[in-house]
Design a protein around this ligand. Structure first.
Ligand code: NAI
Length: 486
């Protein structure tokens, strides 16, 4: 079998396979789904275009989707997040060799340019011949945006001209769509018509989907995987609680204890990040706009203040808001010498990197890949510098390897179940033909949690029938009403 792919180095496949093997042991949710669906092959016929950080854990997800019958093409959803060994292992597959790969086409490597990034995203949505993907698995919504914007601009007959207000990334994106339209003026319209649905991994992507649905522009149904309890209350919180420290350590190895760590945002990710930094002995300061989350932070004993004040005394900064302009160029110019500035939210606009680069006299030096020192007023008596991780992109994937397998087993079991749901039961996710965005039903959320209990030696209490009646639930669950917040 021969197929196209684009990765850093296929000879890394064996090293990647060893890591996959160990990860499988830590991903009981995915492995139990492989067992449950080995015979019925519920994803037979599904052609999934996947855009999600190409890590070791994602490799186990990809091989779970193919084990359930799907055909898959994959790209990463961030220029820095690919594990090149994992990408090679997926291309070679469990039964192939680097000379005769038998796995899945992957288009991803660590350190892509923006042009390469969008070319890779285009690749996963471009299958040979008349073949086309019929499902999207997305993280952050870039693949979904390509289909939607492409369709919109094809209908208008042109891509809007690039303007000064466009970010560099949006200009590159527009250039890509211009070139696809030159080759085939109906490409994205046709792709959009064939897609049966998208399953979206993260807060930021889900936000984009609800906006499309509200505007009546959503082209196909979507499952919001992020808001499964076993996703956002685990991956976003306990995943970042682990990987934020990994990112800081691998990037700088600075002692965290005793430092002032400023965490912008106290949502699910902010809670995990703050807990991790406090666990290392940092004095944690939170910034928030939501009074409920601000009060939660205060109740945990954290100081809550504004970035305008904290920028002057923080040693370590981590943005977790999913919002833009959280740390401005002015904030960075006022920071302490050697302050560490990083973002763990999905996009790189939480920190104004473009504004930083425009400060007169600023100088940038690469300490090592994804770690840069920016010096203000070089040579002046009061010369100061700050350290920026991953150019403002998510540092836990840029500077480290993202979340550990066990927590991703929860997230990706939700992804797999969501793909099965949309592929086999898509009508349930429309209303009179109108595509909807929905979360998975609660019994499936509980199923994902259940699949992870044995591995941790959890002994679950069995609810008695009379007790179930007393609290008004079924013995087999769901155990909580929809409005319960965990
Ligand atoms: P969330 O909505 O639970 O939390 C974000 C918090 O930021 C909210 O409490 C909000 O009130 C606050 N916020 C918004 N604007 C703010 C501002 N100007 N100043 C201070 N606080 C502000 O979202 P969640 O789930 O915590 O996700 C946050 C981001 O992290 C998203 O972009 C998400 O996609 C991303 N994410 C990244 C992961 C990673 O591995 N790096 C894993 C999971 C999510």
């Amino acid at each position: 079998m021969s197929f196209d792919y684009k990765i850093r180095d296929i000879s890394l496949a064996e090293a990647g396979r060893h890591q996959l093997r160990l990860a499988e042991h830590e991903m009981p949710g995915l492995m139990s789904l492989r067992e449950e669906y080995a015979e019925s092959q519920p994803l037979a016929g599904a052609k999934i275009a996947g855009s999600l950080h190409m890590t070791v854990q994602t490799a186990v997800l990809i091989e779970t989707l193919t084990a359930l019958g799907a055909e898959v093409r994959w790209a990463s959803c961030n220029i820095y997040s690919t594990d090149d060994a994992a990408a090679a292992a997926v291309v070679v597959g469990p039964d192939g060799t680097p000379e005769d790969p038998k796995g899945v086409p992957v288009f991803a490597w660590k350190g892509e340019s923006l042009e390469e990034y969008w070319a890779c995203t285009n690749e996963i949505l471009t299958w040979s011949g008349d073949d086309a993907p019929n499902m999207i698995l997305d993280d952050g919504g870039d693949a979904t945006m390509l289909v939607h914007k492409g369709t919109e601009w094809e209908k208008a007959g042109q891509v809007p001209p690039t303007t000064e207000a466009d970010s560099e990334e949006f200009s590159v994106f527009k250039a890509l769509v211009r070139s696809t339209m030159a080759d085939d003026p109906q490409k994205w319209t046709k792709v959009g018509e064939r897609i049966k649905g998208v399953t979206e991994e993260t807060t930021t992507g889900v936000h984009r989907l609800y906006e499309l649905a509200r505007a009546g522009e959503l082209l196909f149904p979507a499952i919001n995987v992020n808001d499964s309890v076993t996703k956002s209350k685990f991956d976003n919180k306990y995943g970042t609680r682990h990987s934020v420290i990994d990112g800081l350590n691998r990037a700088t190895d600075v002692l965290i204890g005793g430092k002032v760590a400023v965490v912008a945002g106290y949502g699910d990710v902010g809670k995990g990040v703050a807990a991790a930094l406090a666990g290392q002995g940092a004095r944690v300061v939170i910034t928030e706009i939501d009074p409920i989350c601000a009060l939660q932070a205060a109740m945990e004993g954290f100081q809550v203040t504004t970035m305008d004040k904290a920028c002057e005394y923080g040693d370590i900064f981590v943005t977790t808001t999913g919002n833009f302009d959280i740390i401005t160029a002015d904030h960075m110019a006022r920071m302490k010498n050697k302050a560490i500035v990083s973002n763990i939210g999905h996009f790189d606009n939480e920190i104004d990197m473009a504004g930083l680069a425009k400060i007169p006299g600023i100088e940038k030096v690469e300490i090592k890949p994804q770690v840069h020192e920016w010096t203000f007023d070089k040579g002046a008596d009061d010369e100061r510098s700050i350290i920026v991780l991953s150019e403002g992109r998510l540092m836990n994937l840029g500077n480290a390897t993202g979340h550990p397998s066990f927590v991703m087993s929860n997230s990706f079991a939700n992804q797999t179940i969501a793909q099965i749901e949309l592929w086999t039961n898509g009508n349930a996710y429309t209303d009179n033909g109108k595509p909807l965005v929905k979360t998975l039903p609660k019994h499936l959320d509980e199923k994902v949690a259940r699949a992870h209990l044995n591995a941790l030696g959890v002994e679950l209490t069995e609810l008695r029938k009379d007790q179930a009646e007393y609290i008004g639930v079924d013995v087999a669950g769901p155990y909580k009403p929809e409005h319960y917040r965990y």
